[in-house]
Design a protein around this ligand. Sequence first.
Ligand SMILES: *Cc1c(COP(=O)(O)O)cnc(C)c1O
Length: 385
Amino acid sequence: MGSVTGSVDLAGCEWLRYDYGPARMARDRPDLFTMWRYRELLPIPDGPMRYPVPIGGTPLLHAPALRQTLGTPYLWIKDETRNPSASNKDRATALVIEDGLRRGVGTITTASTGNAAVATAFGAAAAGMRAVIFVSTDCLPEKLALMTQAGAWVFQVREGYAAAVDLSRTAARTFGWLDRNTGANPFTIEAKKTVAFEVWEQLDRRLPDVVIVPVGDGPTLVALEKGFTELISCGLATRRPRLIGVQAERCQPLVRAWHGEPARPTELDPRATVADGIAVIRPAIGDAVLEVVRRSGGAMVSVTDDALLSAVATLAGRAGVGAEPAGAAALAGLESAVDRGLASRLETVVLLITGREVKAGEATYAPDRVSVVESLDEVERELAE
Ligand SMILES: *Cc1c(COP(=O)(O)O)cnc(C)c1O
């Protein structure tokens, strides 16, 4: 069992600790390649897993044509688009719901820029739970359609994502719902760290030199660092990869903070970038991101929307991987990092491709499940109807 032995605070982010040792990493289940393979380092007690859909165990692609095009012989793609709702958000959703199923909680809530909400709607549907989602009124209609198709209740908030987070967290506290808000719930980081364990196993129990990751609220990047650190704590690795975090030029609070500069208003405009999945003005665990990037010896880089769109095309055309712009940000970030001397084309580099381009027909949109709200009272009234 994964017994948590305590927790420490890492720059405002709750960092769970375990009793570490080499035996925590199972070698004996080659057949079990989902995130539950690592349950000895996850905060769930013994007993059968209840979450009904396999999550994680995504491929690490060697992408030969892409390697040739870029002149990067040791490049790898960790294809997180292969998760059931097409993004890395499925990992956090699965762990939060697994915990809720064990505790008999019937409703899960989250705020989201889109993908966490889709993952929560799908995960809740599979688990027989109710999902109550809070998004900005800017959320893409295709993503709203996917949420309502899976039966979620969706509340839009005019003031944007930060206000949606406040409402969702208050609702969770007030009604006793599962709080899947990213960064707020430490389980979101515990779940996403399994990506680091998988990469290590897929590289024959070795770690890459560099991992490049898109950054929105921060848990994806912080969780990778936690996973690599835990491999070291278990005595299974000796050095950590450099982490390079990528943000869109038009919404890059953490790149500016990394350079110790204030961001201009044009660099804090989530509506202006194609990378909606990572367009977060006030990242939930931004300080933790800066701290772990620093201690990994890595950096933060920004990329233009043109570079993001070109990365989407290159991934499709040279690797056969369909990504949304935020999901392809690691590839755009690689070019930027190489230009700045932060990474070399001859290093072992892993690109985390986090989300697939969404598909949803017009017909799947259920307007009766979506409403614009301003207060918790309105939410309660709408759900009671
Ligand atoms: C959420 C998301 C990210 C980054 O997530 P954080 O953990 O919030 O930093 C990256 N790419 C896509 C497609 C996402 O949906």
